[in-house]
Structures are given as structure tokens and as C-alpha cells.
Design a protein around this ligand. Sequence first.
Ligand SMILES: Cc1ncc(C[n+]2csc(CCOP(=O)(O)OP(=O)(O)O)c2C)c(N)n1
Length: 664
Amino acid sequence: MKRSLLDSIQSPGDLRKLPREQVPAVAEALREEIVQRVSRTGGHLASSLGAVELLTGIHYVFDTPQDRLCLDVGHQGYAHKMLTGRREEFDRIGKADGISKFLRRSESPADAFGAGHAGTSISAALGMARAFEHQGKDQIAIALIGDGGMTAGMAFEALNHAGHLKQKNLVVVLNDNEMSISPNVGAMGSYLSRKLSAPMVRRMKGWAREFLTSIPGDMLHWAQKAEESLKVFFSPGLLFEALGFKYVGPIQGHRMDVVLETFENVKAMLANGEGPVLVHALTAKGHGYEPAERDPFKYHGVGSFDISSGAFKPQKPGPPKYQKVFAQTLIRLAREDERIVAITAAMADGTSLDLFEREFPSRFYDVGIAEQHAVTFAAGLACEGMKPVAAIYSTFLQRAYDQVVHDVCLQNLDVTLAMDRAGLVGADGATHQGLYDIAFLRALPNIICMAPKDENELQHMLRTAVEYDGPAAIRYPRGAGFGVPLDPEIKALPVGEAELIRDGDDAVVIAYGTRVNAAEEAAAELAAEGFSVAVLNARFAKPLDEARILSVAARSRALVTVEEHMGMGGFGSAVLELLSAHGVVRPTRCLAVPNRLVEQGDAAAQRSAMGLETPGIVQALRELLAATGGTPDSRDQLAATGGTPDSRDQLAATGGTPDSQEPR
Ligand SMILES: Cc1ncc(C[n+]2csc(CCOP(=O)(O)OP(=O)(O)O)c2C)c(N)n1
């Protein structure tokens, strides 16, 4: 790579050694390098280009990392990463052992706060600012948040609190590009809109100021009132000032000179005890790279692309994505039932609900980055007889847990939660893993939880969920399905009924969701060795098909469960709880994600390493079968533990029968 001005910058301290006149060139070099690097690796292009000057300005003016910088989401932070010693590591961004696409405290001391989910930066920065005050330290905390992030309720909770505390060492920089991933939603966005803050407003404020200085003293009071009124009517800062912030802006966020001057003024304001301060910067997503500027939505998160044309590498045609099957199914169901409405929290494209919006614009809601509101809004709709389907990534639903508990499940409301990106998410890493939802949902009253084995079953599950009169959750993964044919007729499945895919009595694999396919392959492999292994597609983690599970377990020597979820509290745990409640003891292996932080990496490789693919299941079965007798037909160990393949005694003693159909 050719020599760059950035070569001399390994830390913000190095940046601050440069004369002020050179800072615009640093911003330019960063922009060029972001385009270069992301064109090879993929990543968050448009957001990062839009924040180059703001990040450069913050690091130049403030004493980072002593002054703490908290980035909201962290996806806009590539310039920050490059200015803090991680430039050479970009080739492994999002890859196993590489740098994160978001922020991790463990990655750099410059990442003051870990991030990946939106709306957290102001709360975290306020906590830090407060800690400095407790500790008598003279440090500043800065939050950089987008107008999308600002639609998160948490951001307002933090602003409200910061204003109340009159937090003098806190700066919030609002990076306002009028975009979330897609165009931002809501009154807040329009309120901040540059149309309101147009030059006319500034001119009027200027006239007011001139007027103030030209009038005699006794009229000053009235004139000040007049200026206040102007602000009231025209300034987008009114809200922030009402919340107790000094509002600075709107400034042009791509004019490096303006950005530097503004931050210097803000620093002086803080020194003068005038904090907290909110800087409102107007920016353009994708700024400086024409294709991204023209279509910032398309270039929000990209794969590799050709810099000169902006063209992406053509994708190999493959099976349809779960997301598309989900949206197309919902469209079909909505054609039949006008009570169905669809809700997304700023992920219309990611969930494919943009397809639904096209056909049913008035029955589609993008609520902004507001998962909590999305769930309770759905609850309200359900109270009045609508059938809301909220498609929320598994990881983002975590934020709305109490809303799921208190507003949906406790009241037994007819809400469908479509949990997208359930399971391992690959390059997005730890903050985005969908690995906890079975555990956090199955404990709740009234809700039913299901996971399809493939994209065809997803269709049927969606109908099942929508027709079920109560809360229903479906988890399905990111990306392409298996390419199975889609049944033309979409049928509701019997709630709580598993599907016996393959019978056998040496062992049984009970698989949940997309692991069913691997379980089938494993059973086939063992069949070639003379073992007969049953495969049960559980379909439901709640209610479990208790009768069927107890029946297959009772006639097997060994049992394996498999799921793409944390082992603790997951589907396997549910099966073990059932077996133990009925005294059915079988050597069991629960194949699941181990209870540790799962970082970014190739999802398929991670699955293999965790034993969740066919070889892992085969190995678990072999080990269990060897430990319970070894030969295909030996049942001795089973007999020794009190069970026989055909004995139903234990079950009968506990009131269950293998074929009983309840509870469903
Ligand atoms: C709680 C949560 N919900 C959804 C997302 C997905 N998401 C990532 S970036 C983004 C848009 C952020 O918009 P904004 O803050 O304006 O930043 P910009 O990309 O416009 O710079 C969304 C919705 C998330 N990270 N966290």
C-alpha cells in the first residue's frame, strides 16, 4: 500500500501532534482508506464514511482515551479504529480472531464501552462522567449517537437523567444523517430535520442578536424574550434545551474546520461549567464515496465491491433465505386475514418485511430502534383483536424482555414474535449472537416456542403462530434455507406435536430447529454401521411433545439433543427436565453452544467446532452407544439401568404412556 499520512498515527496522541491545518488531510486519508479496505473485506461503509470528520475532530480536540468516547452501536467507528492503532488489522475485521465490526473493551483501551446494540452510548457516557465526578477526576465523557440511535427510548432516558444531574463533563454528539439503516422514522427525525434548521432560522437568530445589541437597556429584557420565542419556534435544539442540555448546532459535520472549532468551543464551555452539551451535526451517510452517498441504504452494510463502479460481487444463486420465506408467507396469510399487521424495529430490510410493506403499506409499522415499544405496541394491537407479527432479531428482543413478560405473556395476548437471526450470526459477533432466546422465553407463562427444521416448515409455523390464540414465538436463522420445496398449501401444525422423522431403538436424537437435518444425516451414518437411531424433530421447545419424547427415550439406550443455542436453559435442558420429572434416566448428551462468550467467526466452522454438525452428532452417538453396550443390538446396559427397549413400566409408573397425546 502507498504511504499514507495515517502511517504516522498509531494513537490519538499522534494525531494531536499534527498541526491543525493537516487535520482535514487526515480525514481525507481515513475516508480513502475506509473505502479501500471495506471494498475488500465488506463492512459498515456508509455509516463509517459519514462519521469521519466527527471522529477525527473528537480525537483531535479531546484528550482521548483519557476522555472517554462511547460510540452508539459502534458500526460507524472505522475512523476511530484506524486512529487508535487498528488500521493494519482491518483485513480481518469480522473474522475469527480479527477486530470486531463493533466495539469491544477487550480490543482496545480506546473502546471505552462495548457496543453493538443501539441506544446505549449516552447512558454509558453519563455513568463514566458521573464516576469521574465521584473520583474527583478532571475527565470528560463523550457520546456519539446517530439520529437512528436517538429513536431508542434509552437515549431519552439518559438525556433526561443527564439534564437532571446537570452533568458538566458530558458531551453528546448527535450525528444526524436522517437515516437509520433505511430512512429514519418518526416525529423526532422530522423535528431534527435540516429543513427546520435552514439558513433562514440562523438568519433570524442573527437579526435577533443584532437587534439585541442595538437597543437601549430597558428594552433588553423584552428583546431577550423575543429571541427565546424565535428559538422556541425554529430551533431543533428546543427539546434538548428543555432536557437541560446546552444545544450547539446544527453544524456541518463534514466541514473539518467547523467541526474542530465547534469541539474547541464545547471544550471551553465544559471548562466554564456549562455542560452537559449536545452538538447537533448534520452529515450525509456515505459522504465522499459517490455510490454510497447516492444510495446510503444499499451501502449501509456491504460485502466486497469494486471501488470504481461501486458494484458488488455477484452473489451465487442459492436457496431462498428464511427472511424471504417468512415475509412471503406473512403476505399470503395477510391476504386471507386482514387482522394481520407487521411490525419491525428499524430492520425492514433485514427481516424482509419491506416486501410486506410494499403490498400492505398501511398494515406495516417501522417503529424505529424501539424494540420495547414494538412489543408493547403489538400487545395493544392484540388487545383490540388485531393479529400483530413483530419480526425482531433474537438478539434485539433481549431488550424487550419485560415487555414480552409483562405486556404479552402475563396477559396471554395474541402476539407473534418472529425471531430472526436466531443462532450463530458469524461476522457480527458476540453482541449479535441469537443464543439466549429459548432460555429466556420458555420460562414464561402462556407462550409457545417453536423452531422450523427448514424454510418449508417455517411457512407452516408462521400460520401456526398466527392462528394460535396467545403469544407465540418462532426462531429461525440468518440466511439461506436448505433449498427444500415449499408446500403450496400452508397448514397450521398441531401445537406441541413433534415429528418422528426416523424410528429406531438403539438411540434417539431429538433435534430442535435447523439441526434436524444434521441429525438425520448422523442417524443415516450410524445405520450404515448397524445401529438404529431414531430422529425426532421437536418443533416445539414449549410445550414439549412430552409423550413422544418420553416414548422414544424409554425405548432407547441413549439420547442426544441438539440445538443452536446456549446449552444452559435451552432445549436440551427442557428435555432433561422432562425426563427427570418422569424418572426416565438415559445416558444423554445435550449438544449445544457452550456457556461462554461466542465471538465472531465463520458460523459453519463454529457449529462444527461445537459438535453441532453431522460429525459431532455422530461422535456423540458413537460414544454413548459404546458406553451403553457397544454393539448394534446389545441392550445389556439399558437392562442394567432398569429399562428395556420395550419396557413402558417406568413411564406407566409415572402416569405417562408412550403414545399418549397429551399434553399438547
Ligand atoms: C437495539 C438495536 N436494534 C437494531 C439495531 C440494528 N442497527 C444497527 S445500525 C442501525 C441504524 C443506526 O442508525 P444511526 O444511529 O442513525 O446511525 P447511522 O448508520 O445512520 O450512522 C440499526 C437499526 C441495533 N444495532 N441495535
